[in-house]
Design a protein around this ligand. Structure first.
Ligand SMILES: *Cc1c(COP(=O)(O)O)cnc(C)c1O
Length: 455
């Protein structure tokens, strides 16, 4: 018997030393963020109350590559390079001739891809003299990652956790607190935004948009306090490209070239992190993979949102971002993939989508959990609810290959494990998970309140 190779590993010395910025390689640059008051493009000074200058520079850089500081590489080496797996057992379970690879980010301290950006964000803030970082978290992945990163550089970390997740995922809070963060349920009494929401509904389930408003409100009031965002912004996507750079090397070791790259999208960072280095290769004519984003049917910003300027948060404190959005006051159903419950999509991904360089689809959560269980039983990893969307799309494709006999090479990001999401699995296995159809009216209504931007 010829032994199958399941894992494609890199040496520590093969860890990428630069992040990749796709913007200069695109046929046009994405539209700039606008100041919510003046509607003029925001300048560095507008962002300075929230972010350190080095991150602001990365947000707008025209350079193709940004060197990763040694102090960041040193922390990355705790878990990077991460493994790429060939899913032989899943392929056999499906009876597909497709070759399925997954890049596994669940080996990080937070159990997801989020520390790839949390670590550099904490590093640049600490170096600029900031003492406290505030942030929001949904499922708890981002809060966990930032709590860990703050602990590496001696920063205080304050997390507003979306109410529905705070109530439903108590152990995520315990991990954040173990890493030294303080965690409050959002909406909270600590901010004007939170008090307003609680006045409307004392049991408010919260949303990422509301939690962002709270964290931004607090950061804006104190010079030694900054804010950190776990997705959506250019610098976040930039940091995540270590995923795709590693996967390029690993897939080459496996002797394969991808026909299809699939990722789940909340704000778009793990998807961009995997896909953008491959898109660079595609734009240079060195390969030609189809690139496909998968989003939840209950929060489908790419497939059912408008492409328009909108706020990144509910209260309207952030700059206006040109993005695919369901409207800043859209409150998604409390589906289990908490990390995908965001009203907007990264402006950079939205732009790449508008350029026709990628496609998108939406999947309902029961199909995702069907895929998760098939995957777990064959590959031995319980996926986080978010990447089950990508797995569902991979399985659809693999079964299409089975029907057609095509030997496609499929690559996906398994961007996190689901060890803190067992309540979701419990609901699924107990037959209590349902797919709620969202009415056209519920999607249409928040779009009537998009900010008015001329032109
Ligand atoms: C946060 C999170 C997501 C969604 O964020 P993106 O920026 O779209 O990647 C997806 N999966 C996991 C495991 C997450 O923690």
């Amino acid at each position: 018997m010829v032994a199958k190779q399941h894992k494609f590993l890199l040496e520590e010395s093969e860890l990428p030393t630069r992040w990749y910025n796709i913007v200069p390689d695109l046929p046009s640059a994405p539209p700039p963020p606008l100041h919510p008051g003046t509607l003029q493009p925001v300048g560095p000074d507008d962002l300075a109350p929230l972010f350190p200058m080095e991150l602001i520079a990365q947000e707008v850089t025209g350079d193709s590559y940004v060197d990763i500081p040694d102090e960041v590489l040193d922390v990355y080496r705790l878990w990077r390079p991460s493994p790429l797996y060939r899913a032989h057992r899943l392929e056999e379970a499906l009876g597909t001739p497709a070759r399925i690879y997954y890049k596994y980010e669940g080996v990080s301290p937070a159990g997801s891809h989020k520390p790839n950006t949390a670590v550099p964000q904490a590093y640049y803030n600490a170096r600029s003299g900031v003492r406290t970082l505030t942030t929001e978290t949904g499922a708890g992945q981002w809060g966990t990652a930032l709590a860990f990163a703050c602990a590496q550089y001696g920063l205080e970390c304050k997390v507003w956790q979306v109410g529905a997740s705070y109530d439903g995922k108590p152990y995520r809070r315990s991990v954040m607190e173990t890493f030294g963060a303080s965690v409050v349920r959002s909406p909270s009494e600590l901010t004007e935004t939170g008090r307003k929401m609680l006045a409307e509904d004392p049991e408010h389930p919260g949303s990422l948009g509301i939690a962002i408003s709270e964290a931004v409100e607090v950061a804006a009031q104190d010079d030694a306090t900054h804010y950190a965002l776990g997705s959506v912004l250019n610098h976040v996507l930039l940091h995540q490209t270590v995923i795709g750079e590693e996967a390029l090397l690993q897939l080459a070791k496996a002797g394969d070239v991808p026909d299809l790259i699939v990722g789940c999208t909340g704000g778009g960072s793990n998807f961009a992190g995997l896909a953008f280095p491959f898109l660079r290769e595609k734009l240079a004519g060195r390969m030609d993979p189809l690139i496909r984003a998968v989003e939840p049917a209950s929060c489908p910003s790419l497939t059912r949102g408008a492409y328009a300027y909108d706020y990144g948060d509910t209260a309207g404190f952030t700059p206006l971002l040109k993005m695919h959005t369901l409207g800043h006051d859209f409150v998604p159903d409390p589906i289990h993939a908490g990390g995908l419950r965001y009203h907007g999509m990264s402006p950079l991904i939205s732009h790449v989508y508008e350029l026709g360089l990628m496609e998108a689809m939406a999947v309902a959560q029961t199909e995702c959990f069907d895929a998760a269980v098939t995957f777990a039983r064959s590959e031995g990893i319980v996926p986080a609810p978010e990447p089950t969307h990508a797995l569902a799309a991979c399985i659809r494709e693999a079964l299409a290959c089975k029907a057609s006999g095509e030997e496609k090479v499929i690559l996906t990001a398994l961007c996190g494990h689901g060890h803190f999401d067992m309540a979701a699995y419990d609901a699924y296995l107990g037959g209590r998970l349902v797919d709620e159809a969202v009415s056209d009216e519920r999607f249409a209504d928040p779009l009537t309140r998009l900010p008015q931007v001329g032109g």
